[in-house]
Design a protein around this ligand. Sequence first.
Ligand SMILES: [Fe+2]
Ligand SMILES: [Fe+2]
Length: 224
Amino acid sequence: MPLPERRTVLLIHAGLIGSGCDAATTWLVHDYLSDAGVVPLLTQLRLHCASTFSHCLKTMTFVVRIAKAMEIDGSEHAILCVGALLHDIGKLSLPNSLLELPRRLRKTELEKVRTHPEVGYDSVSDKRILGWNAVLDIIRHHHEYLDGSGYPFGLTAPHISWRTRCVSVCDVFSALTEDRPYRPAMSTETALGILNDMVLAGKLDGDIVDALRALDLGGEVAHE
Ligand SMILES: [Fe+2]
Ligand SMILES: [Fe+2]
């Protein structure tokens, strides 16, 4: 395995172990990534946009902790981790200058960014691995909201799986608590307040946000 890919694997392992993932699940994640042949893609993402790769790692660490708290283990846990790692893989198709833009996106830029769930889905939809459909579901639907106001399809609650809801909650929380070029990271308290508002608005799954809130969230990091 080339050195850059080995570094990607090491960072993923560190994120898994550091967030309390057991050794068996860590190796299951490793096997899924190897069998699917997606380590080169994740390495490309890391080299293309380090902050997006860090965001994917960070999202995965919250998923690990929620799955542990909910006693989800084995392949189900591994699929959640792989889905979280790959959820923004479609951003590889976007120029770094757009991903790192130091201001809010304009309408046309936003439309371009909003293609990433489908582009990501297309980029890894050819894998023939047990459980891969669940990973694809996460990638394609992680920006859908339970009330139908998300994208790209405006799906409603009955059509959004628990796995995807879980990654969505962790994705939003990660994004809010990260420094972005156009704003500093929000505090845990502020981010949880926003998540709570999104639950009240019918967008996010309240049980998963409760599970996240119950974690010790102080100082959570998974940066490269
Ligand atoms: Fe995304
Ligand atoms: Fe994301």
